[in-house]
Design a protein around this ligand. Structure first.
Ligand code: GLN
Length: 507
């Protein structure tokens, strides 16, 4: 019974909870058992919530008393450690925040709790969300459940691995340049970066404030939509939060699953994206997904986005600039770690604390960022990067005159091996070539599994991008393609993953 509950989608589990067939304490216990069984190997979690069963019992009690509960009430949820929580430490993957307890919950967390979701724990991530492999976590890497020797993507590798390993049906992530979508791509899960401003950033430990967006991670498109409905919408605590009224994303996903959205859909493919930069199996899976869309009534249109490929370069000036400023608050006084220097000045304590508390990648980006912002270089670096950002936004505007969505592979390769790129920051940065432009332009993007790469049997994702505020379109299109693919595969892609604990794999 226990094991089966962890295999259900969030929507299916929610239905069983609401009919009374399953109690939230049973579902929560099943996931805690699963975490206890596999997480020593996967290391998706930095902290498991000791209060999870109490929260579940509370939902069960309220349901039994006839209270009207949200659709996801009683469903367990994993939370990326970038999101602050009052009852669990929030470290953002950094030593400098080890053991830090926030006096408030991030808005997405308080909304999830209010909707009756059960926080299972905090998930591992690259330090301050800087990375594509979760190897930059100060607390050791997360392992890809498909192959424990491979990376789970990053920075939100913990959330994606937790969902792929059936440790949680749903997770929250954050995406500044791809940290929801690229982990989804390499773990065979679904990840959605909402429109900038569509989901509150209040209580998300800032990396680059003009790029950061919080979003859902799940095993199906509908599940992401259900969670997005819970966390989205205006928040007065976030000054960049949009005041729009959003449609039901779950309704969009359900409608999309009928395939209706695919007929006449114009899907743009960027002609400047060279096939050569992509692993053969990634390109093959992408082309096959496009062919499937075409066979079901979509029109594939070549579009030009000449500045798309400069996204990585612009991003690695804008992001470090904003990050160096955001991270200045970790000054040994206000938050977390303080390393005392007997007889030292305040500056000495600050310097020694920051040296001890920050990892290499964080230091690299602080140095890059302060350099790019320094007098004499500001216009040449930061100013130029901002101009490129505008050009990318204009490319998107022009493209969306001609097409409804843009499709790309979600990342250039499948999951690489742990350690393979850790000493080569540039190779690590290039992972995000297809995801970064959406953050620079503020548009929404979703990654859904498109198949397995023939050469290594690892999962591959396809990314869809839509104009700002058209998140519902992505759920419609994503659910449409997902239904066709699952039909073709004879079941969800994750069913093809070798089970943890079998075939000689450690458990
Ligand atoms: N991998 C990218 C980076 O290292 C994206 C990170 C993110 O989206 N948080 O910055």
């Amino acid at each position: 019974m226990s094991a089966d509950l962890t295999r259900l989608t969030a929507a299916d589990l929610a239905a069983r909870l609401s009919s009374g067939e399953v109690l939230s304490v049973e579902a929560t216990q099943a996931h805690l058992d699963r975490i206890a069984a596999v997480d020593a190997d996967v290391h998706a979690f930095l902290h498991v919530n000791a209060g999870a069963l109490d929260a579940a019992a509370d939902v069960d009690r309220r349901r039994a008393a006839g209270e009207q509960l949200g659709e996801l009430a009683g469903v367990p949820l994993a939370i990326k450690d970038v999101l602050v929580t009052t009852d669990m430490p929030s470290t953002s993957g950094s030593r400098i925040l080890e053991g830090y307890l926030s006096p408030y919950d991030a808005t997405v967390v308080s909304r999830s709790r209010a909707a009756g979701l059960i926080p299972l724990g905090k998930t591992n991530m690259d330090e301050f969300a800087m990375g594509s492999s979760t190897e930059h976590s100060a607390f050791g890497p997360t392992h890809n459940p498909w192959d424990l020797d491979r990376i789970p993507g990053g920075s939100g590798g913990g959330s994606a691995a937790a969902v792929a390993a059936f440790e949680a049906p749903l997770a929250l992530g954050s995406d500044t340049g791809g940290s929801i979508r690229q982990p989804a791509h390499v773990t065979g899960t679904v990840g959605m970066k909402p429109t900038y401003g569509g989901v509150s950033r209040f209580g998300a430990i800032a990396l680059a404030s003009s790029l950061d967006q919080v979003g859902p991670v799940s095993r199906t498109v509908l599940d992401s939509a259900l969670l997005h409905d819970v966390i989205g919408g205006h928040d007065p605590h976030d000054s960049t939060s949009l005041s729009d009224t959003w449609p039901s994303f779950a309704a969009a996903a359900r409608e999309g699953a009928t395939g209706a959205a695919l007929r006449g859909l114009r899907v743009g493919v960027i002609s400047e994206l060279p096939d050569s930069g992509f692993q053969a199996g990634v390109s093959a899976s992408f082309r096959a997904a496009l062919a499937l869309l075409e066979a079901h009534g979509a029109e594939i249109v070549d579009i030009s986005a000449p500045h798309f490929e400069y996204g990585v370069a612009a991003y690695y000036l804008i992001l470090p600039a904003e990050a160096s400023s955001n991270l200045a608050k970790f000054d040994s006084v206000r938050f977390g770690l303080r390393v005392d220097v007997p007889g030292g000045t305040v500056e000495d304590v600050m310097a020694v604390t920051r040296d001890a508390g920050f990892g290499e990648e964080v230091k690299r980006r602080i140095i890059l960022g302060t350099y790019a912002l320094s007098a004499g270089y500001y216009d040449a670096y930061y100013g130029s990067a901002q101009k490129v950002r505008t050009l990318i936004q204009r490319d998107f505007d022009a493209a969306f005159e001609k097409v409804d969505v843009i499709a790309t592979p979600s990342a250039p390769t499948t999951a690489f091996r742990l350690g393979e790129k850790i000493d080569d920051p540039l190779q690590m940065y290039l992972n995000d070539v297809t995801t970064i432009p959406a953050n620079l332009a503020g548009v929404p993007g979703i990654s859904i599994p498109s198949g397995l790469a023939e050469e290594d049997g690892m999962p591959v994702g396809i990314q869809f991008l839509a104009p700002a505020r058209e998140d519902a379109r992505l759920y419609r299109v994503g659910a449409g393609l997902e239904a066709l693919l699952v039909d073709q595969w004879g079941g969800p892609l994750l069913d093809k993953a070798p089970a943890l604990g079998t075939e000689g794999r450690a458990l």
